[in-house]
Design a protein around this ligand. Structure first.
Ligand SMILES: Nc1nc2c(ncn2[C@@H]2O[C@H](COP(=O)(O)OP(=O)(O)O)[C@@H](O)[C@H]2O)c(=O)[nH]1
Ligand SMILES: [Mg+2]
Ligand SMILES: [Zn+2]
Length: 324
């Protein structure tokens, strides 16, 4: 490093091909990513992602505010959330949605759109895999048709609390649960994930009116597993912390989980599995399976077992087609 050149450190709030925006409170810097940095591991789709802490050098700026720089170094990541993406040239590649998070907040709505079967379960499994705390927001509870359906929803989603996952029912229409959500997000770095239309932007606009996010903006019509950049964007929010409102995500194919390993990321099944006759029981068709027995006795929700089975099947299919 040459003397007299000022090195700065900041957090990447938005990353694109070869460039990124770096936040150093209260300023945003437009940075290029050096060529030699780009020659990173080939398996990773993007070297610099939202949430990364980087060191950069200021350069004489052309832009309106003159804050331009060149990223010199990406500091080691504390954790990340990654999914499997298709590569344009064929094959699979790791797509890091975000780095250095305090929590992954999965957002669903009770209706319009309907909750996605197994989506929350696989995201929470991925959160465990990557050492990230999980939370679930169930929005639009004002759309429950009656008290009975409301009770059913509360019970259904409340199950995740047994897994040490925060569960916050909310409604933008009635403001119910909004203070609880504010408390959940305060001072933390959070990534919000959920399908288009569940109300992510609406919720954030209620909490942080200054953000002025567009509601009803559909950013990912094409579905899942695309190689296209997801444009996770971090917002520094009042009261400290950062929120990433990602584009709608319909599916999630976790990166780097071997089929036999997913049992470790379903801790409720893992506890019951102590009752399985076989130690390596995958809780499918094995005789003497404690998990199937627990479902039959109503001690484990059937949907939870089904979500596990669906993820297991997907990971096995994937392994077979990749030929490893
Ligand atoms: N009834 C009801 N509608 C909501 C609620 N939250 C959001 N919406 C509506 O759902 C639609 C999608 O919201 P948006 O915030 O764009 O969802 P996003 O795609 O997840 O960011 C909009 O028409 C919102 O007005 C809610 O709690 N209750
Ligand atoms: Mg939105
Ligand atoms: Zn079993």
């Amino acid at each position: 490093m040459s003397e007299g050149v000022e090195q700065r450190e900041g957090i990447v709030i938005r990353a694109g091909a070869g460039h990124c925006q770096v936040y150093v409170a209260p300023e945003t810097w437009q940075c290029q990513v050096r060529g030699r940095l780009k020659k990173g591991p080939k398996q990773v789709q993007s070297l610099v992602v939202a949430g990364d802490r980087v060191r950069f050098e200021a350069v004489a700026g052309q832009g309106p505010d003159g804050r331009e720089g060149v990223v010199e170094e990406v500091l080691p990541r504390r954790n990340r959330i990654s999914r499997m993406a298709a590569r344009r040239s064929g094959g699979r590649v790791e797509q890091v949605l975000m780095a250095n998070l305090d929590q992954l907040v999965v957002v669903q709505s009770v209706r319009d759109p309907e909750p996605q079967t197994g989506f929350v379960d696989r995201l929470l499994a991925a959160a465990l895999r990557f050492d990230v705390h999980g939370a679930v927001v169930v929005n639009k509870i004002d759309l429950c048709r009656d008290e009975a359906s409301r009770r059913r929803e509360m019970e259904r989603w409340g199950y995740y609390r047994t897994l040490e996952v925060d569960v916050v029912p909310t409604s933008v229409a009635t403001s119910e649960g909004v203070p609880e959500l504010a408390a959940l997000l305060a001072g933390k770095v959070s990534l919000l994930l959920g399908a288009s239309g569940v109300g992510k932007s609406s919720l954030l606009n209620v909490l942080y009116p200054d953000l002025g996010l567009r509601v009803n903006e559909v950013t990912d019509r094409t579905g899942l597993g695309r190689h296209t950049t997801t444009h996770t964007e971090l917002h520094a929010v009042t009261g400290g912390g950062f929120i990433a409102d990602s584009p709608g995500l319909r599916g999630f194919d976790p990166w780097d989980i071997a089929p036999a390993d997913i049992r470790a990321y379903f801790p409720d099944l893992e506890t019951i599995a102590l009752d399985c006759r076989f130690r390596g029981c995958l809780h499918r068709d094995e005789p003497g399976c404690g998990v199937k027995d627990a479902v039959a006795r109503g001690r484990l929700p059937a949907w939870r077992h089904e979500a596990y089975l669906a993820l297991l099947r997907d990971l096995e299919d994937r392994k077979r087609s990749a030929g490893y």
